[in-house]
Ligand binder design. Structure first.
Ligand code: NAD
Length: 255
């Protein structure tokens, strides 16, 4: 049975992660029907229970697989009728390693999930937005995609590519009511931050939460501070923002 309702619908990938969960909460608070995608179904279901929706809002989806994406988007459109907003938060950091030692198979995986995952999700959702003449997509870059941070060559390259994919897609749309933007956070206090800091040990860096380079605000972002910007970009208040990358790093990039 279809649950098609009057509510606006947001689809969030990586919804079981720190930023995805906070984003789900932000949209849900604003009355959206929130659809939760993650490769880790249990994590998506935890988010569902936090925002008070049933597990029928969760879809186990691997964004590095076109088949998995196609199946999910078909089911979402059938069940919810439309997609007003897409947030591509799924991502992986890869490994910390010097450029010349970076394992090629890890680099391939990072590029596949972060770049191809974002590209294929956009390809799957764009046609329905174009048909309705409205929609907003927010992708995840990173400050790492703006500057060459050491030991994360694959991650940085993947995020620079996401920022660029966003601009190209925004250029091809915009005139049809569909806006596409990206956000580039600095450190955000999630599992990915912990994983990255732990990974620094592999290259002999004794980094901790306290001595990692945080920028002038001297703290990582709370995931909710990223979710607020993502929500704004999908709102009508952002109706003239298209093809932008919003850096949300407390000033780290300029320090
Ligand atoms: N945390 C940070 O410091 C930081 C900084 C800049 C950018 N970002 C970006 O923000 C986004 C969210 O990161 P986070 O901090 O919430 O990370 P997180 O590790 O908490 O969550 C990532 C989520 O993505 C899911 N995922 C991973 N691979 C997937 C796949 N192939 N298909 C579907 N889901 C998959 C994971 O299961 C997890 O639930 C990512 O794109 C990340 O690169 C994070």
């Amino acid at each position: 049975m279809s649950d098609i309702s009057e509510k606006r619908v947001v689809v969030i990938t990586g919804s079981g992660g720190g930023i995805g969960c906070a984003t789900a909460y932000r949209f849900s608070k604003a009355g959206y029907e929130v659809v939760l995608l993650d490769m880790d179904l249990e994590a998506a279901e935890k988010t569902a229970s936090k925002i008070g929706v049933g597990d029928d809002h969760c879809f186990q989806t691997d964004v590095s697989s076109q088949n998995s994406i196609r199946e999910t988007i078909e089911s979402v459109l059938l069940k919810f009728g439309q997609i007003d907003a897409l947030v591509n938060a799924a991502g992986i950091p890869g490994k910390s390693a010097r450029f010349e030692n970076y394992p090629v198979e890890v680099a391939e995986k990072v590029l596949c999930v972060n770049i191809m995952g974002t590209l294929m999700m956009m390809q799957a959702v764009l046609p329905s937005m174009q048909k309705r003449g409205e929609g907003s997509i927010v992708n995840f870059g990173s400050v790492s995609g703006h500057r060459g941070y050491p030991y994360e060559s694959a991650y940085g390259a993947s995020k620079a590519a996401v920022i660029e994919l966003t601009k190209t897609a925004a250029n091809e749309n915009g005139c049809n009511g569909v806006r596409i933007n990206s956000v580039s956070p600095g450190w955000v206090d999630t599992n990915m931050m912990k994983q990255t800091i732990n990974g620094y040990k592999d290259v002999g860096c004794e980094c901790t939460y306290d001595n990692v380079r945080l920028g002038p605000m001297k703290r990582p972002a709370d995931p909710r501070e990223i979710a607020d910007v993502v929500f704004f970009l999908c709102s009508k208040e952002a109706s003239y923002i298209n093809g932008s990358d919003i850096v949300i790093d407390g000033g780290k990039i300029t320090e």
